[in-house]
Write a protein that binds this ligand. Structure first.
Ligand code: PEP
Length: 250
């Protein structure tokens, strides 16, 4: 049995003060959650979130990481810097990074390998664009992105990480994949992992759905057998909404 994992992706939102306020509201509200709960926050909020989440079941995540140990990479953050701040999870290859910041499958792979080697759990994002789905390329795209992202990792390492299937057309748009579409594409990803790394790895790896998941659609999506949680953007910014998503089965 895979334990579901629900992660908020705050993107470029919240000052440290606002972050503390949100997490303080979440701490008692998500206390009895049956899933792993993560908030992936801007780096300037790490300290405030760690302090506010102390002793709770809320874990800290980052939204990107560089693959070099250290060096002349202005504006970047290394794995060691993140872990030193209490970060346990890191979103890698989000479609906004791919679209606006030139992220490629090759750099996603470098980041995933560095994160795993340094003890962070990657949340690896894959997903097709609208025109790719319309032209019937969804399965090929997600399979390719997944294989590229995981190249060079062992089956054991893959078992322990998280993949987020995020159809690009559903992110921040209010459009959601249907429960069946999300389940079907996640099943394609899981089968590709099974073919390459074995059924035991595919059975262990957690694959989230992301794309306008919210209190209104979470139950249906989470009822699908292949969906092991969610990566939540907009609905993670308000305590009542994120609570309702995290506590979907209560
Ligand atoms: C995301 O940013 O990963 C995401 C799924 O955003 P939203 O929930 O706002 O669509």
């Amino acid at each position: 049995m895979r334990k579901p994992i629900i992660a908020g992706n705050w993107k470029m939102n919240k000052t440290p003060e606002e972050a503390a306020e949100l997490v303080k509201a979440l701490v008692p509200a998500v206390k009895g959650a049956d899933c792993d709960v993560v908030v992936c926050v801007p780096a300037v909020c790490f300290a405030a979130v760690m302090e506010a989440a102390k002793g709770s079941n809320i874990r800290l995540g980052a939204q990107n990481v560089h693959f070099a140990k250290s060096g002349a990479y202005t504006g970047e953050l290394s794995v060691d810097m993140l872990t030193a701040c209490g970060v346990e999870y890191v979103v890698i290859g989000h479609s906004e990074r791919r679209q606006y910041f030139g992220e490629t499958d090759a750099t996603v792979n470098l980041r995933v390998k560095a994160a795993v080697a340094g003890g962070l759990t990657p949340i690896v994002c894959v997903g097709e664009k609208k025109e790719e789905r319309e032209n019937g390329y969804t399965d090929a795209i997600v399979e390719y992105q997944t294989r590229m992202a995981l190249t060079g990792l062992t089956g054991e390492q893959i078992s322990a990480l998280v993949i987020a299937y995020e159809p690009v057309w559903a992110i921040g748009t209010g459009l959601t994949a249907t429960d069946e579409q999300a389940n079907e594409t996640i099943s394609v990803i899981r089968k590709a992992i099974a073919r390459q790394y074995g059924q035991h790895v595919a059975d262990a790896v957690r694959i989230q759905y992301g794309g306008s998941m919210n209190p209104g659609n979470v139950k249906g999506l989470m009822a699908q057998p292949e969906i092991d949680g969610g990566l939540i953007g907009g609905a993670s910014l308000k305590a009542p909404d994120f609570t309702a998503v995290v506590m979907y089965n209560k």
